[in-house]
Design a protein around this ligand. Structure first.
Ligand SMILES: *Cc1c(COP(=O)(O)O)cnc(C)c1O
Length: 340
C-alpha cells in the first residue's frame, strides 16, 4: 500500500506512476499508451502555448464500499470535450477512446484511489492540446491527448459548509458568443484576477453575470449555480456562455426524479434572489457547495443561512454522492466500472 494520509488530502497535484498519452498526426490518433514520464515534450511553437488551442476535462474515480472502483458519467465528459474541440477546431477524441484512457489510468494507479471511508477520490484530468511547428494563427496539425490523475480530498471535511460570494461587475469570464461554454484554459486565465480580488475581500469566489447585460447569474467561480424556491423548484441558469456542468445536469435529473422537485433551466436575475430559500454551486471538484450569501454591490443577500446547509441542498448532495460512491442505485448508464 502507498503511504498517504487520505484524511488530509487537499486539491493538489501529485505525480502518480502512470498517465495515458496519445498523439494525433496526419489526420489520425495513434493507439495511445501508458507512460511513466510526467513531462510533456512539445514544440516551442505549439498553438496551445501561444493561442490557447487547448481544452481540458475533470472527472473522478470513486472507491465503493466493496472495494470496487467506478467512474461517474465519463461519456458526458467525452462528449463535452468533443464540443469544446469543435469550437476550437481540434480533432475529436472518440468517446470510446476517452473512456478507455480514463479506465486505463485508474487501473494502472489503482493503489492511489482513496479508500471508501475517507470520502476522498481519484481526480482525473484529461487534456487536449494543439502542438507542432506552427507560428501563424491557425489550428495545429498535431495534438496530444493525455489523461493524468491524483488523489484529492473531499471538498468539505466535516460536512457541507456554506461560503459567501461577491458579484463581479468589473470583469467577465467569457464573451456573449465567445468560449464560455467550452472547457478551455482561456476562461480560467480570465478568471484569475477577479477571483483574486474576491479572495482578498474574504469571499470564496465571484458570481459572474451574463456578459451581454450583467443582469443574470451565469457562474459561481468555476462552478454552476442552482437555487431552490419555496414552491419546490430547482432552478439553474440557461445561457450559451455557461459551461454545461455534468454535475448540474445530474442534479436537475435527481431533483425531478428522486426529490420530486420541479427542475427548471431559465433566467436567474441577480435582483430577484428573494425567490430562493437555498442556493448552491455545483461541479465535479466542489460537488455541491452551499452558498451562504451573495454580496451584490451594497446589498448582502443571505439565502438559507451563513453557517448551516439547507435541507434540500443536503438531500441533493446525499443522493448524488450516494450514487457516485455506489451506495445508492444510479440512474441507468451513469456508472462505468473500472476493471481492477
Ligand atoms: C468544469 C466546470 C464546471 C463544472 O462542470 P462539471 O462537469 O460539473 O465538473 C462549471 N463551470 C466551469 C467554468 C467549469 O470549467
Amino acid at each position: 500500500m502507498v503511504d498517504i494520509d487520505w484524511e488530509n488530502l487537499g486539491f493538489n497535484y501529485m505525480k502518480l506512476p502512470f498517465r495515458y498519452l496519445s498523439y494525433y498526426k496526419d489526420g489520425q490518433w495513434d493507439e495511445g499508451r501508458l507512460s511513466d514520464d510526467a513531462l510533456l515534450h512539445l514544440s516551442e511553437s505549439s498553438p496551445a502555448l501561444h493561442y490557447g488551442q487547448q481544452a481540458f476535462e475533470g472527472l473522478k474515480a470513486y472507491r465503493t464500499k466493496s472495494g470496487a472502483i467506478q467512474l461517474f458519467r465519463p461519456n458526458k465528459n467525452a462528449e463535452r470535450l468533443q464540443k469544446t474541440a469543435d469550437r476550437l477546431m481540434m480533432p475529436h477524441v472518440p468517446t470510446d477512446k476517452f473512456i478507455k484512457a480514463c479506465q486505463a489510468v485508474v487501473k494502472a494507479n489503482q493503489e492511489f484511489v482513496p479508500p471508501y471511508e475517507s470520502g476522498a477520490t481519484l481526480y482525473l484530468r484529461p487534456l487536449l492540446i494543439g502542438v507542432g511547428d506552427i507560428i501563424g494563427v491557425q489550428p495545429a496539425n498535431e495534438y496530444i491527448f493525455t489523461v493524468f490523475a491524483m488523489p484529492v480530498g473531499p471538498y468539505f471535511k466535516g460536512g457541507l459548509a456554506p461560503t459567501n460570494f461577491v458579484v463581479s461587475y468589473d470583469y467577465d469570464r467569457a464573451a456573449p458568443l465567445g468560449t464560455g461554454a467550452a472547457k478551455v484554459g482561456g476562461n480560467y486565465a480570465a478568471s484569475l484576477l477577479p477571483g483574486h480580488y474576491a479572495h482578498t475581500q474574504q469571499f470564496s469566489d465571484v458570481i459572474y453575470l451574463d456578459p451581454a447585460t450583467h443582469l443574470k447569474i451565469e457562474e459561481v467561480g468555476s462552478a454552476n449555480f442552482f437555487g431552490i424556491t419555496s414552491a419546490g423548484e430547482f432552478v439553474t441558469p440557461l445561457s450559451p456562455s455557461i459551461l454545461p456542468s455534468i454535475t448540474k445536469y445530474s442534479l436537475l435529473e435527481l431533483a425531478k426524479t428522486r426529490l420530486g422537485l420541479e427542475a427548471i433551466e431559465g433566467d436567474v436575475y441577480i435582483d430577484e434572489l428573494d425567490r430562493f430559500t437555498e442556493a448552491g454551486a455545483c461541479g465535479t471538484a466542489a460537488v455541491i457547495s452551499p452558498i451562504g450569501g451573495i454580496q451584490n454591490k451594497d446589498d448582502f443577500h443571505v439565502f438559507y443561512s451563513e453557517t448551516k446547509v439547507g435541507p434540500i441542498t443536503q438531500r441533493l448532495y446525499d443522493e448524488l454522492v450516494g450514487i457516485q460512491f455506489g451506495d445508492i442505485l444510479a440512474p441507468k448508464g451513469w456508472i462505468y466500472p473500472v476493471e481492477i
